[in-house]
Write a protein that binds this ligand. Structure first.
Ligand code: GLT
Ligand code: MN
Ligand code: MN
Length: 391
């Protein structure tokens, strides 16, 4: 039995806000004490995580002086170096302070929009100082309850203006950085603009520096919209736009649960790892595997590390299961039988001659329709691999 112990090559990362989650929810107070960022990094290194991610204010308090900021950053950089932990991604908290109660980049108040840009530029500078090359944008407050407050088209235009401003800032500073846009359909707002990964993928094509911008899909968020997460991620990969990923679990379309990776929706988690690892033959995703999840509110500090180890261990187990599934001769036989990969002369790029030939072709539609596809058996084989009944 392999150990499933994480190694740096796995590129597993956690946000300071994930392992530092104190168990507060809208109905109850914290159930465990706050963790100091330097202690989080030490412990992350100990359990075999590769990276730590952060919002500006997870590390530097909102109202810190310049001196305090520098002291905190220096100490954190030392903690990372001492524990062999890198900072692959940073982001901006544009949702916590009451000034962002009606959004940041999309706010109707130009002063709020300007402050949001200023805060993001400082966050990008911090990211560069920490060595991060991915910058996430999660617009949790970019939405509405009273939808008549602004034309939703104007909201999209303001988002575009902000992204164009910020990619220009990155270029002007000579930084190397990829932006990763994270969608969520609702919560904390009643409706959030650009609500799914699909919305984001199109929005990106309208930006000045589209080549610098990709997506950061999150398992829970796409499930909240009742959508297939795997299909969304596949579309991002196919477009060369999967810049980062937020792995967690979610039980159906409810509030954002951010559960331990693989703890719900095991079949989807299996298919996701199979896709990311490319065990079916597709190109592998090479970026960070970030767990944007937190321990149950029932847990003490030890439970937090059980949670973090569990995320990484489940990923590696699913990776081994996916490899076994795709190497299984019975699976291969069904896929080979069904894929009909041989090029059909009727298909391919359009020419008027080919179109004329196609129009004149007659098909044995009843004969084709009669053929069973053996997907029941294929799916059962997958379940048996998942349950450990085949190896
Ligand atoms: C917040 C949110 C996450 C985002 C984080 C980045 S913060 O916890 O729920 O999905 O990825 O801003
Ligand atoms: Mn997330
Ligand atoms: Mn979430």
């Amino acid at each position: 039995m392999p150990s499933f112990d994480p190694t740096p090559a796995d590129q597993f990362s956690f946000g300071l806000w994930t392992v530092g989650n104190v168990g507060r929810d809208p109905f109850g107070d914290p159930t465990r004490p706050a963790l100091n960022p330097d202690d989080s990094v030490r412990k992350l290194g100990e359990i075999g995580a590769w990276g730590v991610n952060l919002h500006d204010n997870d590390l530097v308090p909102f109202d810190a002086s310049a001196g305090e900021r520098d002291r905190i950053v220096t100490s954190f950089q030392k903690a990372c170096a001492d524990n062999g932990v890198v900072v692959p991604m940073c982001t901006t908290n544009l949702f916590g302070h009451p000034v962002f109660k009606d959004g940041a980049y999309t706010s109707n108040d130009p002063k709020v929009r300007a402050f949001a840009l200023q805060k993001t530029m400082a966050g990008i500078d911090l990211a560069v100082e920490l060595g991060a090359e991915i910058y996430v944008f999660w617009g949790g407050r970019e939405g509405t309850e009273a939808d008549a407050c602004r034309d939703p088209q104007v909201a999209i235009q303001r988002m575009r203006e902000a992204m164009n401003y910020l990619t220009s800032y990155v270029k002007d500073q000579g930084y190397t950085m990829t932006f990763a846009l994270e969608a969520k359909p609702n919560e904390p707002r009643s409706d959030i603009y650009l609500s799914t990964t699909g919305h984001m993928l199109h929005f990106i094509t309208t930006l000045d520096d589209a080549d610098m911008v990709g997506v950061n899909p999150e398992v829970a968020h796409e499930n909240m919209a009742g959508l297939s997460f795997v299909h969304g991620v596949a579309q991002a990969m196919e477009a060369g736009k999967l810049a980062h990923i937020d792995l967690n679990a979610q039980k159906g379309p409810r509030y954002d649960q951010d559960l331990r990776f693989g703890s719900e929706g095991l079949k989807e988690a299996f298919l996701l790892v199979r896709l990311l690892e490319g065990t079916a033959g597709n190109a592998r995703y090479t970026g960070p595997r970030h767990f944007d999840a937190h321990a149950y509110r029932t847990e003490d500090q030890a439970g937090v590390w059980d949670f973090a180890r569990g995320c990484m261990r489940t990923y590696k187990i699913l990776q081994a299961r996916a490899q076994a599934f795709d190497a299984d001769p019975e699976v291969k036989a069904i896929l080979a039988e069904q894929s009909c990969e041989t090029a059909d002369p009727l298909l391919g790029s359009y020419t008027s001659e080919k179109a004329a030939e196609l129009s004149a072709t007659s098909f044995d539609v009843d004969g084709i329709a009669k053929r069973g596809l053996r997907y029941e058996h294929l799916d059962q084989l997958m379940i048996e691999h998942l349950l450990g009944a085949r190896s």
